[in-house]
Design a protein around this ligand. Structure first.
Ligand code: ADP
Ligand code: MG
Length: 246
């Protein structure tokens, strides 16, 4: 099967008056259809830059095979406080002039299915952190992206909320049959959500090790956390991130 996304020998530097900052050095990886892949690396290593390159917000050297329709969800939910949940969710459709009857119905069905039916006329400030993240994800999903890019999507949430939103997001990705690339510095989040993890070095970002996780593909984070493999992966990846030589 052809990969959905394929990146080969990606290089990126930023330049300023003090010279060159090398951020990405020879990064290659791919994502297949219906896969959830995580790039796991320390803060400042260049993860967001990789997502910005994939979504054409930044230029770079290397070969990129990227799907046409990409949905990008940031660390902060970026909901507009002056628009209701419903109007926030329809925002992307409005901007892209895709506000058809069919797409509006799809947006409503996602809001109903994922527990926001009674909150469509509320404003973001009236929602819990978890609900806001769900609304933000639905706003991305209504554009029917082939690939979702999720940049540290849970890091602004408190620990308990984070666990329950991870569960929600994984359910939504499975149910809507979506492929996703998540970037995070959180080891347990990576193990809970993905089928493969790429451990990265500090800047300049390089691939250190690939983990192919041996969990059933449709297993939810809560189930994975109960399995003994979870802790074993955690310890192994922790060592890889913090102690092993690059
Ligand atoms: P991460 O998401 O892993 O925390 P980033 O991709 O945001 O890392 O940043 C990686 C490095 O690149 C950082 O040192 C950051 O300061 C630098 N950087 C990011 N964007 C720019 C930019 N537009 N111009 C200059 N340097 C940048
Ligand atoms: Mg970042």
């Amino acid at each position: 099967m052809n990969p959905l996304l394929k990146i080969s020998h990606l290089h990126k530097s930023f330049f300023n008056e003090h010279g060159e900052t090398k951020v990405i050095e020879d990064l290659s990886f791919d994502i297949k259809q219906n896969e959830v892949v995580t790039l796991l690396g320390p803060s400042g290593c260049g993860k967001s830059t990789v997502l910005n390159i994939i979504s054409s917000l930044e230029s770079a050297q290397g070969e990129l095979l990227v799907p046409k329709n990409i949905g990008y969800m940031f660390q902060k939910d970026n909901l507009f406080s002056w628009r209701t949940v419903y109007k926030n969710v329809l925002l992307g459709l409005e901007i892209k002039k895709m506000k058809t009857k069919e797409n509006i119905e799809y947006a409503s069905s996602l809001l109903n299915k994922y527990g926001l039916k009674d909150f469509v006329n509320h404003y973001p400030d009236e929602l819990s952190g978890g609900m806001r993240q769900r609304a933000s994800l639905i706003r991305t999903l209504v554009l029917k992206p082939d690939l979702l890019l999720l940049d540290e999507p849970f890091s602004a949430l408190d620990y308990q909320t984070r666990l329950s939103v991870q569960e929600d997001v994984k359910k939504i990705l499975l149910e809507e049959k979506k492929s996703a690339l998540i970037v995070t510095h959180d080891i347990s989040e990576a193990i809970a959500l993905s089928s493969r993890i790429f451990v990265l070095t500090p800047r300049p970002l390089k691939l250190k090790k690939e983990y192919v996780l041996d969990f059933p593909i449709d297993s939810l984070p809560s189930k994975r956390r109960e399995m003994c493999e979870f802790q074993a992966y955690f310890m192994d990846i922790f060592k890889e991130l913090h102690y092993e030589n690059t």
